[in-house]
Design a protein around this ligand. Sequence first.
Ligand code: MG
Length: 158
Amino acid sequence: MQRIGLGYDVHRFAPGRPLILGGVRIEHDQGLAGHSDADAVLHAVTDAILGAIAAGDIGEHFPDTDPKWAGADSAVFVRRALELADKQGFRIGNCDVTIMAERPKLTSHKAAMRRRIAELLGVEPSAVSVKAKTNEGMGCIGRAEGIAAMAVVMLASK
Ligand code: MG
């Protein structure tokens, strides 16, 4: 048996914050605003896992009104979603991520994000794909007001 889940997230840029994407710290002149570490990629991956098991969304499990999650490493959210999937008898098959960012250029960071996401999901890097693209200058992403990410996760029965 297989299940598929889709996740999406977006965070706006904010000065004075580190930029963390896919569990990797990326040098940039600003980071993303958010209650946790604002890792839009891991949030999308978390929502994809939750979606695959029809277990709600990241906001229900980790409300941004809860001080417990202030500044949290988003790896915590991925691990919790994986635990829920595990309880339902599923393991990760593969994960495919697309990041939409006008800046910074992410080409040189994709391999590290891929390795980190694979490590968190407990799969080989060959089961994780990280793609990055700009928004061709259009809309809020195109104006570099923030970064968005989409993720698809396939779960397979253990
Ligand atoms: Mg988020």
